[in-house]
Design a protein around this ligand. Structure first.
Ligand code: PLP
Ligand SMILES: N[C@@H](CCOP(=O)(O)O)C(=O)O
Length: 408
């Protein structure tokens, strides 16, 4: 197992535990090159399931029970874990009807310890940070990464610094970062500016834990392993997820590629990535077929988690979308709001960014592009209570409209 530059023309390799987030030769992102497990896929699948029944801390984690396809080896006592993962696949009822799909499932990653998928990448990233002797861990964030980093850092006994676009993140997420003891650095400008500022910080004591860190991607790819297990290894037709900084899309692509390469599955679902229309550089790249991504200078959307103009993992994500025969699309804030309300009425709930998935599916259905018999897994990335301000404002607006109707 080692690190390799993601640029196939460079393919520079580094030792697995070298502390780098970019290739020292060409500056592209790095990835962990995984080796096939020693046992055959059927044996590994059985082992993964059996671990769910075990009481050992490493096995209770819905990330580390897949450790045969994760970086390591780490001593099991050294894993920084909060028993993340093991999130359900929930059948979409009203939401299914609204998309004409009988087999619509939500993989709800918002039901993780800090209410977001970031925990899956943070357990692997923080374990590696501890392994290489880091003292300070840091990230830029639209809110969720900072909450998760803060929680896992306190679990690991490390100092957490979080760089946040001032006044631009949900207070619920800020409250989490404070609760878990992070040091807050407010940055004037967008998330992209905050990430630039952090990445340009010349401080060797700081260990970066945004999804540009390949160890984050490793944990997040286990979503695919768990989803396949829950579907009894029947490959769905579509996996649809929101696109912000594109760490998740990159991770899902890697998870799918490894399962296919190592003989766990024999075909791939289409990976569909949905962006908000006001923060859509990846959707634009897809639409125009350009070779390079042009960042959106002033990204704007109600879905603050994906208010991102310069997604760093776009090359990895593009590889995955192309490899699976998928595509990239965008939805408006209004469409996000309608979809979010429907997910709420299904008794599930999610934060605005997550609702891009259902909004995308509703759009595809309206265009006649969804097959009723298709099995579709929509990835919900954050819990409903992550952005209560959005919910209260949306309901105040709905009440005003109702009152206006009653009063003629
Ligand atoms: C709730 C939520 N959904 C979606 C995303 C987008 O994920 P990614 O940045 O991995 O594309 C983020 C953060 O970026 C998020 O916090
Ligand atoms: N939505 C994210 C943005 C950056 O996340 P990362 O996964 O690239 O670290 C957040 O919550 O900050």
């Amino acid at each position: 197992m080692h690190l390799r530059c993601n640029n196939r023309n460079c393919a520079h390799t580094l030792d697995l535990h070298e502390r780098a987030v970019a290739c020292p030769k060409c500056g592209d992102l790095l990835e962990v090159v995984m080796e096939a497990p020693k046992q055959d896929p059927a044996q590994v699948k059985r082992m993964w399931l059996e671990r769910r029944m075990s009481n050992a801390s490493a096995d209770r984690s819905g990330v580390w029970r897949f450790r045969d396809l994760l970086p390591g080896p780490y001593s099991l006592e050294d894993l920084v874990t909060l028993s993340e993962g093991n999130t359900p696949l929930v059948h979409g009822l009203k939401t299914g009807k609204s998309t004409g799909l009988d087999q619509l499932f939500f993989k709800h990653l918002g039901w993780n310890p800090t209410g977001c998928f970031k925990d899956l990448g943070m357990t692997t990233g923080m374990t590696e940070a501890k392994h290489v002797g880091a003292k300070i861990v840091a990230c830029a964030s639209t809110g969720n990464t900072s909450a998760s980093l803060a929680a896992y850092a306190s679990r690991a006994g490390l100092e957490a610094h979080v760089y946040l676009p001032s006044g631009k993140i949900s207070l619920n997420k800020l409250a989490q970062a404070l609760e878990f003891g992070a040091k807050i650095v407010e940055v004037d400008g967008s998330f992209d500016a905050a990430l630039d500022q952090l990445l340009n910080t010349k401080n060797d004591d700081i260990y970066f834990l945004n999804s540009v860190n390949p160890f984050r991607v490793e944990g997040q790819k286990t979503v695919i392993f768990e989803m396949m297990e829950q579907l009894d290894w029947r490959v769905p037709d579509v996996v649809i997820c929101p696109g912000g900084n594109l760490g998740n899309s990159a991770a899902f692509s890697k998870g799918l590629e490894e399962l296919k390469e190592f003989g766990f599955i024999d075909r791939l679902p289409k990976l569909v990535v949905v962006q908000a229309a006001g923060a859509n550089p990846f959707a634009e790249l897809w639409r125009t077929g350009a070779d390079e991504l042009t960042p959106t200078e002033h990204p704007e959307t109600v879905a603050t988690a994906i208010r991102i103009g310069n997604p760093r993992s776009w090359r990895k994500a593009l590889h995955g979308v192309k490899m699976t025969g998928g595509f990239v699309m965008e939805v408006t804030d209004e469409e996000i709001g309608e979809a979010k309300a429907l997910i709420g009425l299904d008794g599930i709930g999610c934060e605005p960014a997550s609702a891009t998935t259902l909004a995308g599916l509703r759009k595809l259905h309206a265009e006649g592009k969804l097959d009723r018999d298709a099995t579709v897994v929509a990835i919900l990335t954050g819990h409903a209570l992550k952005d209560t301000d959005y919910i209260l404002k949306a309901h105040a607006k709905a009440n005003e409209a109702r009152l206006a109707e009653v009063n003629g």
